[in-house]
Write a protein that binds this ligand. Structure first.
Ligand code: HEC
Ligand code: HEC
Length: 269
């Protein structure tokens, strides 16, 4: 009787080594294409095919045409309009003041925070509306604020925004933005394509939806900038803050935060 050939299924060694190779291939594909990508912070579970494309470096726009929001990423669904930036009527302010009694513990009696929560006094109304809608939708992550916002109606949100907008900004911007400002705040950095902060955040110009930063707690500013840089906060429309901050060094994040917070400690007491 013939001995089975080396490359024959009759040969138990051949069968064994082909099976072992198959098992190892599948296992290493699972590790490389599924497990390793899944521990990456940007991972969205979308099936094996997308995992393969991702791992192979195929741009996600080739593989997937669904808008970011529908992919379940943390991005905003709020469409800003000029109407949101209008000051509310007097009865809205009054109703907002009553609702705001639930907020004083963290955001201060007059909307001037004494903790690391952001100030709300004088904040642009469209900012308060947009941020609360983002917490409500779970696209800006904060356990306390998400829970509070979920219990608010759209009217509550508008009235709260009207109330906070009616309070004076206790800490005003300097009247002249001169050369003592950090360069990024005043002129940005054209080489890195970073626009000056004051061209969006007030001072020289305010872009709809860009928050008033003057006098915000320093730790809050640092935390938000780092969250944008790490992609943990992604509710900025068109990724405009992420684009700015991704190119900044840790020292620059400290520097601009210290600058914007500069009056906070002096006025807080
Ligand atoms: C237990 C403390 C606490 C309470 C109570 C609280 N907040 Fe907040 N709020 C925070 C913190 C902390 C943040 C920043 C969270 C983050 O990192 O996203 C925040 C963020 C916000 C922001 C975003 C501001 C910005 O500049 O982006 C708004 C708007 C806001 N809160 C409104 C309210 C309103 C309105 C209430 C009352 C109904 C309220 N908060 C009650 C702690 C609180
Ligand atoms: C192109 C316009 C633009 C420029 C330039 C810009 N920002 Fe922003 N920034 C925004 C917008 C818009 C938001 C609000 C994003 C959102 O809707 O959550 C924001 C949000 C922020 C926040 C979060 C504040 C809060 O209370 O939620 C911080 C902090 C911040 N920017 C700091 C800076 C600093 C510092 C610079 C300069 C180095 C800068 N930004 C430059 C548009 C800009």
């Amino acid at each position: 009787m013939d001995e089975p050939g080396v490359f024959s299924w009759q040969n138990p060694w051949f069968r064994w080594s082909v099976s072992a190779l198959a098992v190892m291939t599948v296992a290493s594909m699972l590790v490389g294409f599924v497990w390793l990508p899944s521990v990456h912070p940007d991972f969205t579970a979308r099936g094996l095919w997308e995992s393969l494309c991702r791992a192979a470096g195929v741009p996600s726009s080739w593989a997937d045409q669904t808008p970011a929001g529908e992919r379940g990423e943390r991005s905003t669904a709020v469409v800003l309009d000029r109407e949101m930036a209008r000051a509310g009527a007097r009865d809205a302010v009054g109703r907002g003041a009553t609702l705001a009694l639930n907020c004083t513990m963290c955001h201060g009696a007059q909307g001037q925070s004494a903790s690391n929560a952001p100030n709300l006094a004088g904040q642009y109304p469209e900012v308060v509306i947009k941020q609360l809608l983002d917490y409500k939708a779970g696209v800006r992550a904060n356990a306390v604020m998400e829970a509070l916002a979920r219990s608010m109606s759209e009217r509550d949100i508008r009235d709260l925004a009207a109330y906070y907008a009616s309070l004076p900004k206790a800490r005003t911007a300097p009247t002249t933005y001169d050369e003592t400002l950090p360069a990024l705040v005043r002129v940005g950095d054209p080489l890195r394509n970073i626009a000056p902060c004051i061209s969006c955040h007030g001072g020289v110009d305010q872009k709809l939806g860009a928050p008033w930063l003057e006098g915000m707690p320093r730790d809050y500013l640092v935390a938000q900038l780092k969250a944008f840089a790490a992609g943990e906060r992604r509710n900025d429309p068109h990724g405009q803050m992420r684009a700015v901050v991704r190119l900044m060094t840790a020292e620059e994040i400290e520097e601009v935060s210290t600058f914007y917070a500069r009056k906070g400690s002096a006025l807080r007491h």
